[in-house]
Design a protein around this ligand. Structure first.
Ligand code: UT7
Length: 349
């Protein structure tokens, strides 16, 4: 069976740098609080009315394609992971198909938030291993900055998240010494709303009665965006940070050990581990739990904040550009986030 290799990797971040200090103009927060609790120093925000999740995703894809030496005509399938799509529907996959001038290949959108890139990687790996596709473009991209609550009410969310994109070209290879060894995906919906953006949505209050919208006069429609929802500004992402934190520091080491164990490796064998860049404290916790040295872990949340589906490819790309990952290195990627969903991938670069 063929292996799936990362033949090219690229990233794109908007040039607009937003420091912690700048955020203090809008909300009651401080550079000290943000750095101590999250490790974040600055993040990027997209250029309004110019950049979107699809356009920055396409920008990252162009770099990955060039580095892989493939053209639009070579791409057999597109997978786009994001929680901040340009449109409610259709998804960003088809927008990228158009932006990059790809053939009329399949375009799949992944809605798995922080673990979206790993879910996409796993799907792509199966398509390549079975021989169905040869070159798959996988993108993780987010523009959070257009839809966050920049008042003090939303500060626990808005100081963390940033905009960015990463992309890889996944390619079929005969080289048995390289490629994806395994992927491991999980979910637990029992706390789906702990990190969520339910509104506007199609739920009509079914899952959580306290969100039930006022029953509209008309028989049909009218429960998607109500005046009540607008009045309460109840349309921003919500997060119970501590609840997510506590789960993440258990599930991430667990799923990394699962990937290593499945391939008869231990943490000491890893050349590089890239955790989803949610919070530097979470990454450090995972590093300590697995007894990994500093040179075995790569973080860049300090510069970009939490870019959700983009965070792993953004960090992996920078690690590769800095020479931190070399051919045949054992690399583990792991993520945990909204859903909850979590996962890992183990690969030989
Ligand atoms: O990528 C998806 C997965 N997401 C995550 O993994 C995020 C996980 N969670 C976290 O990273 C952390 O929980 C946060 C960074 C979100 C919050 O840090 P924390 O240490 O858990 O703080 P907290 O929520 O317990 O809040 C502590 C205090 C509260 O004030 P009181 O009640 O003690 O007076 C908050 O209101 O800090 C306050 N606070 C802030 N203060 C200044 C919350 N956000 C801010 C802020 N600036 N931005």
């Amino acid at each position: 069976m063929n292996r799936t290799i990362i033949a090219g990797i690229g990233s794109y971040v908007p040039d607009n740098v937003v420091t912690n200090e700048e955020l203090t103009q809008f909300m009651d927060t401080s550079d000290q609080w943000i750095q101590e609790r999250t490790g974040i120093k600055e993040r990027r925000y997209a250029r309004r009315f110019e950049e979107t999740t699809a356009t920055i995703g396409a920008a990252a894809a162009r770099v990955a394609m060039e580095r892989a030496g493939v053209t639009a005509a070579d791409i057999d399938f597109v997978i786009f992971a994001t929680l901040s799509p340009d449109y409610f529907f259709p998804g960003c996959g088809v927008l990228v198909q158009r932006l990059l001038g790809l053939k009329d290949v399949g375009a799949l959108d992944v809605r798995n938030q922080c673990s979206g890139f790993l879910y996409g990687l796993s799907v792509a790996d199966q398509f390549i291993k079975t021989g169905m596709y040869r070159n798959i473009l996988l993108i993780g991209a987010e523009v959070h900055s257009y839809a966050m609550d920049f008042s003090t009410r939303g500060r626990n969310v808005s100081v963390i998240f940033g905009d960015g994109a990463g992309a890889v070209i996944l390619q079929s290879s005969q080289d048995k010494e390289r490629g994806i060894l395994s992927t491991h995906l999980h979910s637990d919906g029992s706390e789906a709303e702990v990190l969520s953006m339910p509104n506007p949505g199609f739920h009509s209050g079914v899952h959580r009665p306290e969100w039930k919208p006022p029953v509209p006069e008309q028989k049909y429609g009218g429960v998607f965006i109500t005046q009540d929802l607008l009045d309460k500004e109840d349309f921003y992402p919500y997060m119970d940070g501590q609840a997510v934190f506590k789960k993440a520091v258990i599930k991430l080491p667990e799923v990394i050990q699962e990937a290593l164990g499945a391939n008869n490796y231990t943490p000491a064998d890893l050349q590089l581990m890239i955790p989803h860049q949610a919070n530097l404290r979470i990454a450090q916790f995972v590093q300590q739990t697995l007894k990994l040295r500093d040179d075995q872990v790569f973080n860049n949340i300090q510069k970009y904040g939490n870019t959700t589906a983009a965070s792993i490819p953004l960090a992996l790309c920078e690690a590769w550009e800095n020479g931190r990952v070399k051919e045949k290195d054992l690399v583990c990627l792991a993520a945990f986030g909204s859903g909850f969903t979590w996962g890992s991938a183990l690969l030989k670069w």
